[in-house]
Design a protein around this ligand. Structure first.
Ligand code: PPE
Length: 305
């Protein structure tokens, strides 16, 4: 999670630039005011070649995030999709993490973002297990943060903005300080929102529950995929507000996200949930079968490079 394994090129405003040259001015608007929207996407090495999971859907979410904050992206979803595929090929990567970011660049200071130019960058690099070694197999210890999820009428969860991640960073640092691997944030009303970089699900009596988007979480594409995979297996899924005690008493709890994939939660606030349970394990296997191109019925989610 710390150091970046550098690739050779980065795509910036339509051009390929060497990794070390993909810089921006220190007075870029986004650096001062958080005016950036981004995505996290994964490309997996499958038997049929490298496949980017839901690439178009991610780029569409990027456009929606930009639209909400009044940023008119100078590239279409198709252009961003093609640029990403070409970038992966140029960098000769078989699997990687993909980070597109659109931000207000250099040219104006002051709160108003509009006079600042819009820069768009796509970077790719190899990135393994997000929540540490063994997390996917054994689960992690999570803790409820004393920091609240910013309100949907402050910095909306629907916008994947750099500004949101100050909130995530505060919660994540606190979790690490308390000896946990990840934080869970409650919203201002006390309902469970999400992890600092993941959506959250519980399983109780063979029913899956996850907080609704209106409780302030990101509309995660892994979340959305998992819901579909579960329903296709006839496992009921409910989107409902959850309180912290629902987490403590659940049979199984897990995080989902592009980086975190499907990471089981072994304990919350030192209350044992246990080893990854049957629903978690079934869905995790299903998820990896999908992204590695082993399930033909979900192949439209895999966009081959
Ligand atoms: N909530 C948050 C706050 C979040 O950051 C992510 C993804 C999700 C939910 C899950 O969304 P999705 O990836 O579409 O299923 N977090 C990205 C960034 C992580 C980072 O540390 O940077 C990611 O997983 O790529």
């Amino acid at each position: 999670m710390a150091a970046i394994a550098e690739a050779e090129y980065i795509w910036k405003n339509g051009e390929l630039v060497p990794w070390a040259d993909a810089t921006t001015h220190v007075l870029s608007h986004a650096l001062h005011y958080g005016t950036a929207v981004f995505e996290g996407i994964r490309c997996y090495k499958t038997e049929k070649g490298s496949a980017v999971f839901r690439l178009t859907d991610h780029m569409e979410r990027l456009r929606r995030s930009a639209f909400i904050i009044g940023m008119d992206l100078p590239y279409s979803v198709e252009e961003l999709v093609e640029a990403t595929k070409a970038l992966i090929k140029t960098n000769k990567l078989e699997s990687c993490y993909i980070r597109p970011i659109a931000y207000r660049g250099y040219g104006a200071v002051g709160v108003n973002p509009r006079p600042a130019p819009i820069d768009v960058v796509i970077a790719v690099w190899p990135w393994d297990a997000y929540l540490g070694e063994g997390a996917l197999e054994n689960g992690i210890a999570a803790g409820i943060s004393s920091w609240r999820q910013r309100g949907i009428n402050s910095i909306p969860g629907a916008v994947k903005s750099s500004a949101s991640y100050l909130n995530s960073g505060l919660a994540h640092m606190e979790a690490l300080d308390h000896g946990y691997g990840e934080a869970i944030l409650l919203n201002e009303s006390g309902y469970v929102a999400e992890g600092s970089g993941e959506n959250i699900f519980i399983v109780r009596d063979d029913v899956i529950s996850t907080p609704p988007i209106s409780d302030g979480c990101l509309e995660g594409l892994t979340r959305n995929s998992l819901i579909e995979l579960a329903l296709d297996l006839d496992i009921p899924v409910v989107e409902e507000s959850l309180v912290r005690t629902d987490l403590y008493t659940a049979d199984e709890v897990f995080f989902t996200g592009t980086a975190a994939e499907l990471t089981p939660i072994a304990s919350i606030d030192n209350r044992k949930i246990g080893e990854p349970g049957p629903v978690t394990k079934t869905l995790q296997k299903r998820f990896f079968d999908v992204v590695y191109g082993k399930l033909p019925e979900y192949e439209d989610w895999n966009e081959y490079v």
